[in-house]
Design a protein around this ligand. Structure first.
Ligand code: F6P
Length: 352
């Protein structure tokens, strides 16, 4: 009987997930004669019944260009479910899985790290549009999100210029400003606000005023959803995180979003320039992956299966330079990868 491995995708979806699934299935079946079981809806698929399906070459044919994940996803945290870990251990056994490939971001891989410590044979694959997983130069999904955000900034530019307005573009990025910085620099933003670098609003407004005084009477400001600013309504020194919903998910995260609106109203109030805002939201996570993300997802998927074959468990595949290497899941999930100081310094050259 051939060995059977499982694969699941958890957390927020992102473009490139189907490329990973396709690569895992083809390499497993064609090179190692494994059976592959798709576990549906992230960790929920190992807690409930009826959430698995066998994956064959046919099932993964024609999916590389598709966004999202054919395995579906959820933000289920087995450590918050009664007897969650016990149920997962039993389910893995009853399904006859010799290993599980877990494709996820900080939360899903955090669970994978702990389950590996409980004895589950796991290999991790990092995904997130936020690009904030420690130990890998890039996660797939990020390049697509940056290109979508850059395109939006380009579009906002022409309308800002026609109306002599300030336009604020809010992008995703819960703990880090990778999308904001890269899309902002590439899109020619006049100021970029990110979670790693809280700035005084006066500095933002000064930069805009300086630019308008030079005769460039429109500006584009990019802000990451997780950036914090001080407002007049609260203590000037206290920075506020703008949330859509205080309710926490299974991993303790609130729903962010809305800082763009607050920022736009503060800029208009302080500078007198007419200001509008747009929130890109999930548009950044949807649709077809770029070639870079299809390639990275494919390379990650192939390497993950090779790690399973070599029985190197408790590892995460990662991109270092142009090589795919394996690092300990424990190290990868120990902290977030924040933006490089030198990247911020490059962005600053174009402020104002
Ligand atoms: O973690 C990726 C991410 O896209 C964040 O940038 C964002 O804050 C969050 O997911 C949104 O999650 P949801 O789709 O559950 O609202």
């Amino acid at each position: 009987m051939s060995e059977k491995i499982g694969i699941l995708t958890g957390g927020g979806d992102c473009p490139g997930l189907n490329a990973v699934i396709r690569a895992v299935v083809r390499k497993s079946i064609l090179y190692y004669n494994y059976q592959v079981l798709g576990i549906l809806q992230g960790w929920r698929g190992l807690l409930e019944y009826g959430l698995t399906e066998e994956l064959n070459l046919d099932k993964v044919s024609g999916i590389i260009h598709r966004g999202g994940t054919i395995l579906k996803t959820s933000r289920t945290n087995p450590f918050k479910v009664k007897d969650g870990v016990k149920r997962i251990l039993e389910k893995k056994k009853s399904l006859g899985l010799s290993a599980i490939i877990v494709v996820g971001g900080e939360d899903t891989l955090g669970v994978a790290t702990k389950l590996f410590e409980e004895g589950v044979e796991i290999v991790g694959v990092p995904k997130t549009i936020d690009n904030d997983i420690w130990g890998t130069d890039y996660t797939f999904g990020f390049d697509t999100a940056v290109n979508i955000a850059m395109d939006a900034i380009d579009r906002v530019h022409t309308t800002a210029e026609s109306h002599n307005r300030v336009m604020v573009v809010e992008v995703m990025g819960r703990h880090t400003g990778w999308i904001a910085i890269e899309a902002g620099i590439a899109g020619g933003a006049d100021f970029i606000l990110i979670p790693e670098k809280p700035v005084d609003l006066d500095k933002v407004c000064d930069a805009i005023c300086k630019r308008h005084a030079r005769g460039r009477d429109f500006s584009v400001v990019v802000v990451a959803e997780g950036a914090k600013i001080a407002t007049e309504e609260v203590d000037q020194k206290e920075e506020v995180l703008v949330v859509q919903d205080e309710k926490k998910d299974a991993f303790g995260h609130v729903r962010l979003g809305g800082i763009g609106k607050l920022l736009a109203s503060e800029i208009e109030k302080r500078t007198g320039f007419e200001t509008r805002f747009v929130i890109l939201g999930h548009i950044q996570r949807g649709g077809s992956p770029t070639a870079f993300d299809r390639m990275l997802g494919t390379r990650f998927g192939i390497s993950a299966v090779d790690l399973v074959h070599r029985k190197e468990f408790g590892k995460m595949v990662s991109l270092r330079g142009n090589k795919i290497v394996a690092i300990d899941l424990k190290e990868a999930t120990s902290k977030a990868k924040r933006i490089d100081e030198e990247l911020y310094e490059i962005a600053e050259v174009f402020f104002g």
